[in-house]
Design a protein around this ligand. Structure first.
Ligand code: SF4
Ligand code: SF4
Length: 150
């Protein structure tokens, strides 16, 4: 009997304390700003320098460029850009090295799918992953590819 009363006392005491659990996935979980989540890619800013693919420790970035459609402009524009999230370790190196912030981290982390093939994300998917971009990148003033610095 004493044990029951003691147990109830502990239950009642803890009921008044603030909750430490979340109703995930019913309520979205917002991660801290420095969280290393799934990347957002902006093709307009990419200068096809290949630095992100070169530094990637797991070789999960594949990209191709094509000649700039404007004959007045030099250099290339991005044609395809894919990340294989089967092997991406979200280490942040690709975003750190990108000179134009074409690839940046977001706080998004949900990648659960039924097929491994679906973990291969292309340029459009990465471009549309444009929510919860890390705040230091969402206000960047870096020039767009072929454009002038502000
Ligand atoms: S986060 Fe790391 S592992 Fe993933 S694509 Fe970038 S460099 Fe490669
Ligand atoms: S995403 Fe950045 S580092 Fe990668 S090719 Fe484009 S500009 Fe270069």
């Amino acid at each position: 009997m004493l044990g029951l009363v003691k147990g109830l006392g502990i239950t009642l005491k803890n009921m008044a304390k603030p909750k430490v659990t979340y109703k995930y996935p019913d309520e979205p979980l917002v991660m801290p700003d420095r969280f290393r989540g799934i990347q957002h890619f902006d093709p307009e800013k990419c200068i096809v320098c290949n630095q992100c693919a070169r530094i990637c420790p797991t070789d999960c970035i594949t990209l191709t460029g094509k000649k700039h459609p404007d004959p007045e402009q030099k250099g290339k524009v991005i044609d395809t850009y894919d990340i294989n999230f089967e092997i991406c370790i979200l280490c942040d190196l690709c975003t750190e090295v990108c000179p134009t912030e074409a690839i940046v981290m977001t706080n998004n982390f949900e990648l659960a799918v039924y097929s491994r093939d679906e973990l291969f994300k292309d340029l459009n998917w990465l471009h549309n992953n444009n929510t919860h971009i890390r705040s230091e990148n969402s206000t960047n003033l870096m020039p767009k590819a072929g454009g002038k610095a502000k």
